[in-house]
Design a protein around this ligand. Structure first.
Ligand SMILES: [Zn+2]
Length: 82
């Protein structure tokens, strides 16, 4: 006989962690989506114009590549999801 117990643990996201692109900040580029929004292909933030994207990149506002999520579970355990 096989017994399987499944449970759901709820928690709260503390923060999203980011890392600088391996190729450097100059490699950060954008693409225009079908809805006309301009998306940063590194952090995936969306803008209404390319000018806003360049302000984001060149103003050091891009946080980098998302690499994981830090969470506090309701059972008292803190963790990291990548
Ligand atoms: Zn970005």
């Amino acid at each position: 006989m096989i017994v399987v117990t499944l449970s759901v643990i709820e928690g709260t996201v503390r923060r999203i962690e980011y890392r600088e692109p391996r190729e450097g900040w100059a490699s950060v580029h954008c693409e225009t989506a079908s809805d006309g929004m301009v998306e940063c292909m590194t952090c995936h933030e969306r803008f209404s114009s390319e000018a806003q994207f360049y302000d984001h990149r060149d103003g050091n506002a891009c946080p980098g590549n998302p690499i994981g999520v830090s969470v506090n579970c309701n059972n008292g355990v803190s963790g990291w999801l990548s």
